[in-house]
Write a protein that binds this ligand. Structure first.
Ligand code: PLP
Length: 388
């Protein structure tokens, strides 16, 4: 097929010679059994990168979330606060424990949990899950102190945010007020955090995740549950139900190669985002949620369209791009609108639904070539030109 006509993907994996070298070396080393030296090194390297003492590599981000919730004692009958603007995995992990998610709406400018809606729930919540949506940290300056005042632990879903830091502060407008969290890495907030290395994330192990925590007991407990809760005995001894959640050594080798390239891949995604910011800069009624966050990892860049002001809805741009083999996707459909969570409690402002109805995620992957990026930007410019 002509390169010109190849579909431009939303967020495809970015794999090269370094990844091949690491995986082949692991294969040749004979460490094909799940455990092995690459797995231990991958945990150490991710922990060091994020600046957290303990890391447990698992086979998905969802598994990491599940183990984090179990690790802080979430179980049947508990209420867990979950941002409604997220991927289903966040809420599914809560459901696995038997606890009940209560969905909370988002800040319209970033899509992240709206801290103003939190206080009313902290009296009854067993835990608060935060999501660093599309690679931009949640508003920790306001969420963490509020949760702490009520003694409610926070679990950070940083599945989309490896490499991001916390920069945005509600105090930003008064620079004399310092944020204690400024510049802290995504994955270091709360009692434990979950990363994902799914194929579409900022870096991939083709499928995988990591639980991060400063609490050695929580890490040990997660490791135990992730290996079928097998007790140290020569025969197979089990005192409780466990899970088969560990990452394999071969996939950890792939992750180690990707981690070497993480900064380069983030820079690439940032350049793509800057291109979109430029092409939409003078379009009245188009907003790029979270795009003014200087410390985001720029995992996915999306737009939110106000059709009253632009004169066109987001789906028209999506159709224009689809006709030119450019993949786009709506922003996440909020959890409170999902059939599976119909009837769940939700504290709503309408912001998440607005993002869903009027949003569009644009191709953002680090594997996009320069000519693919130019092609998408030209296609958007052409659309805007025709809709002035
Ligand atoms: C991808 C993702 C997950 C789940 O990660 P998997 O590795 O696919 O299980 C969880 N939460 C969010 C917000 C995600 O985007």
């Amino acid at each position: 097929m002509l390169a010109e006509n190849r579909t431009v993907l939303l967020s495809g994996p970015d794999i090269g010679p370094l990844e091949q070298e690491y995986v082949l070396a692991a294969l040749r080393s004979g460490w094909v059994a799940p455990a092995g030296p690459d797995l231990d090194l991958f945990e150490r390297e991710i922990a060091d990168r994020v600046g957290v003492p303990h890391a447990v590599a698992v086979n998905s981000g969802t598994a990491a979330l599940h183990l984090a919730l179990l690790g802080i004692g979430v179980g049947p009958g508990d209420v867990v606060v979950v941002p409604t603007m997220t991927f289903a995995a966040t809420a599914n992990a809560v459901a696995y424990t038997g606890a009940t998610p209560v969905f909370v709406d988002c800040d319209p400018a970033t899509g992240n949990l709206d801290p103003d809606l939190l206080p009313g729930l902290l009296g009854e919540a067993k835990a608060v899950l935060t999501v660093d949506l599309y690679g931009s940290c949640a508003d920790y300056d306001r969420i963490l102190p509020a949760a702490e005042r009520h003694g409610v632990p926070v679990i950070e879903d940083a599945a989309e945010a490896l490499g991001a830091r916390y920069a945005k502060s509600p105090y930003a407008k008064s620079p004399d007020k310092k944020s204690p969290y400024k510049n802290r890495a995504a994955g270091s907030f709360g009692r434990a955090a979950a990363l994902s290395f799914n194929g579409n994330k900022i870096m991939t192990t083709s499928g995988g995740g990591m639980l991060l925590t400063a609490d050695p007991e929580l890490a040990a407990r997660a490791r135990h549950l992730a290996t079928q809760a097998r007790l140290p005995a020569e025969h197979y001894e089990h005192a409780e139900i466990g899970y088969n959640y560990r990452l394999s050594n071969l996939l950890a080798a792939l992750g180690r190669a990707q981690l070497c390239r993480l900064d380069e891949m983030i820079e690439r995604r940032r350049a793509v985002r800057d291109g979109y910011a430029k092409v939409f800069a003078h379009v009245d009624g188009v907003l790029l949620p979270g795009a003014d966050d200087p410390a985001a990892n720029c995992w996915l860049t999306g737009i939110v369209v106000d059709p009253e002001r632009t004169g066109w809805p987001a789906r028209d741009l999506a159709a224009h791009l689809a006709a030119r083999n450019v993949e786009t996707r709506p922003l996440f459909k909020p959890m409170h609108l999902q059939p599976v969570f119909a009837g769940a409690r939700a504290v709503l402002s309408g912001a998440a639904e607005h993002l869903f109805r009027n949003g569009l995620a644009l191709p953002s992957g680090s594997a996009l070539t320069g000519s693919e990026v130019r092609r998408v930007l030209d296609d958007i410019a052409e659309f805007l030109e025709g809709h002035r």
